[in-house]
Design a protein around this ligand. Sequence first.
Ligand SMILES: C[S@@+](CC[C@H](N)C(=O)[O-])C[C@H]1O[C@@H](n2cnc3c(N)ncnc32)[C@H](O)[C@@H]1O
Length: 267
Amino acid sequence: MEAPAIFTEAEAYQRSFNPQEYLKAFYTLSDSQGQPNTFLIKSLKSLHKMFSLEGLSGQTLVDVGCGPTIYQLLSACEHFQEILALDYTDQNRRELQKWLKNEAGAFDWSPVVKYVCELEGDREKWAEKEENMRKKVKQVLKCDVTKANPTEPVSLPPADCLLSTLCLEGACKDLATFRSALRNIGALVKPGGHLVLLTVLRETYYAFGNQVFSCLYLERSDVEEAVRAAGFDVRFSEVQPHPPGDIRADCDAVLSLVARRRDPGTG
Ligand SMILES: C[S@@+](CC[C@H](N)C(=O)[O-])C[C@H]1O[C@@H](n2cnc3c(N)ncnc32)[C@H](O)[C@@H]1O
């Protein structure tokens, strides 16, 4: 398998990203052979760790490039009162809404929710957590991270926290676009507010069903420098290796990062 010849930007997602296939390939706790999904488990542990850091709480959290998933919000939702979920593609927002509205055919997140409840100390609270999450997600909106105002024509009040998992490296064809997308989404958070990122490193593609999507090849330093240049101070940064042999992607590590937005007045 190799990366597509032309980088798959937003319109390719709208045209061919199949949310159900994506969920099946990446978001069950174990695969069809019963092997644990270590990528997902590590992501859940990292998110739990990052959202346990001091100061990661407040009124609103915005999730950029949410896709059809909720795993990234499970730890976050304990610390914020309201959540806004943003994504470019209609079908991903629709799939997320299906779960939020408890509609028939929605993806079954309960094994993942139970796992996160266990990390938080009480597996039995999973149904309460699902209910809580459904109440907290107030809006699901279209966004484009390449736009100066990603939610144009809607202007959002700045949030206390911005979360983005596995989005920018798929949405940005080169480092200049990645850096400018970080500035665009960075403006959605208040000075003093936080940015929480989960980013794959050294990946050029990921695949599921019969689709292959491009990924911007990033080193840890590329991400950290872009975060600083977007006006944030890095508070936490951790790289976890991803073992070779995963047929779904050629990623070699995952970066978990938390940064705080500087007051523009303080440079
Ligand atoms: C790999 S999925 C990640 C979904 C989810 N955050 C996760 O952790 O699994 C990448 C997401 O980025 C979205 N996306 C791609 N280009 C975008 C853009 N220009 N602006 C906003 N979202 C975009 C896609 O629609 C897709 O949902």
